[in-house]
Design a protein around this ligand. Structure first.
Ligand code: PLP
Length: 393
């Protein structure tokens, strides 16, 4: 038990909880009563561990970057989630939740997706594990993210358009919740980040914690010590950051750095920096920092990176920020683009735009020459090539 663990009632300090409508309560409560038992069971552990190894390709490498180390005067290591099957960390969570669903006797999976990355990861896990998959996606996002829609369909998922509101992620989430209320018996809702009502933030953090579990062992091999001086990760909802931080939370000598998307700038009005520019409120069943108007309307976030374009942040991160355990920085669109080019040209690794935000934070930190820094490259940049072509070439 860490002092940063979620409480029995689902809180991190004053953040978190399960603020759900009455009709959803039985579903969430059923999951709450089962998730820790299932995670600890031999059946779950055997299946999850072997799929992480033989299907996802874990452990993902920890790559030493000589060039970034020379540039930033510290020892920079890259945790390569871009090399996981499907190209990002999201598969760690999707496979874990689909195994859990099956162990709970559910044979129908629903999910919501914005940019489509979580939808693709969930559809992948469902194809592998033979369960029906329905993905809710805003009608506008379906238009904007055609390649991921095609992937989900090829994987056998049904993609349902959400046509209310702005026709984006928030509306897709509402549709998914409505579906879950109507189908409590056979359906499991796979949430894609450390957000939503308890127990989801804790469940997703535990499933992604394989990242920091591996980093510790790999750092030991590379440097002789399991502990870096810094761990740096981008945050949209915060799942790759939660997984990257998890096994370092109680090692207070390790600086945890979360990087939000500043969009066009923190004060531009076009930003997704929920901690830097948000206020406390409730979003998707959880009390956390979010971007809202004075009368509590959620504001549409903006970032060049679709995966960071979320108006809230997981309650764990609001808590780590509020108690000073984590440092929260931000990077603008342009800083992320520049960082993506730098990594590509110096190491031959094209990062996802999301991951480029984490890399863009490196020049903002003042390292000592002996410092060991682990930066999570949450995903690969294939999906962002159009943006890179338009903005960098
Ligand atoms: C979805 C995504 C993110 C943001 O989600 P988190 O839950 O904050 O990790 C970051 N990087 C990549 C590559 C993604 O696909």
């Amino acid at each position: 038990m860490s002092k940063y663990s979620v409480s029995e009632q689902g809180f991190y300090g004053r953040f978190g909880g399960a603020w759900v409508p009455e009709m959803l309560y039985p579903n969430v409560e059923n999951l709450r009563q089962n998730y820790l038992k299932i995670l600890a069971s031999d059946e779950f552990q055997t299946t999850y561990t072997s799929l992480m190894k033989d299907y996802v390709g874990r452990p993902t490498p920890l790559t030493y970057s000589q060039k970034l180390s020379d540039l930033y005067h510290a020892h920079i290591y890259l945790k390569r989630e871009d090399l996981a099957h499907t190209g990002a960390h999201k598969i760690n969570n999707a496979i874990g939740q689909v195994i859990m669903a099956k162990m709970m006797g559910k044979d129908r999976i629903i999910a919501e997706t914005g940019a489509g990355q979580h939808g693709v990861a969930t559809a992948t896990a469902c194809a592998l594990l033979d369960v029906k998959c329905v993905v809710y996606m805003g009608a506008l996002d379906i238009e904007r993210q055609a390649p991921n829609v095609a992937r989900m369909k090829m994987l056998g998922a049904e993609v349902v358009a959400a046509t209310s509101g702005n026709c984006t992620l928030k509306d897709a989430t509402n549709e998914a919740l409505r579906d879950w209320i109507s189908n409590p018996e056979d359906t499991f809702y796979v949430i894609g980040s450390v957000v939503g009502p308890h127990p989801y933030p804790d469940l997703v953090a535990r499933l992604q914690s394989i990242i920091s579990q591996e980093t510790r062992l790999q750092l030991k091999e590379h440097t002789g010590s399991e502990l870096p001086n810094y761990v740096v990760a981008c945050i949209g909802g915060g799942s790759n950051a939660a997984g990257s931080f998890y096994h370092f939370l109680d090692d207070e000598s390790v600086n945890l750095v979360a990087v939000e998307a500043a969009g066009l700038g923190l004060d531009s009005g076009e930003t997704a920096a929920s901690i830097a520019r948000g206020t406390e409120g409730i979003i998707h069943g959880s009390r956390t920092m979010l971007m809202q108007t004075d009368d509590g309307q959620i504001t549409e976030p903006y970032s060049i990176s679709a995966g960071l374009d979320y108006p809230g942040v997981g309650p764990l991160h609001s808590y780590l920020h509020s108690c000073g355990r984590a440092t929260v920085l931000s990077a603008t669109d342009q800083e992320a683009l520049d960082a993506a080019r730098l990594l590509t040209r110096s190491e031959g690794i094209i990062p996802a735009l999301e991951s480029a935000h984490a890399l863009a934070a490196l020049p903002k930190l003042s390292f000592r020459p002996d410092d060991v820094v682990a930066v999570t490259v949450s995903g690969r940049g294939d999906k962002d090539m159009q943006t890179y072509m338009n903005r960098l070439m």
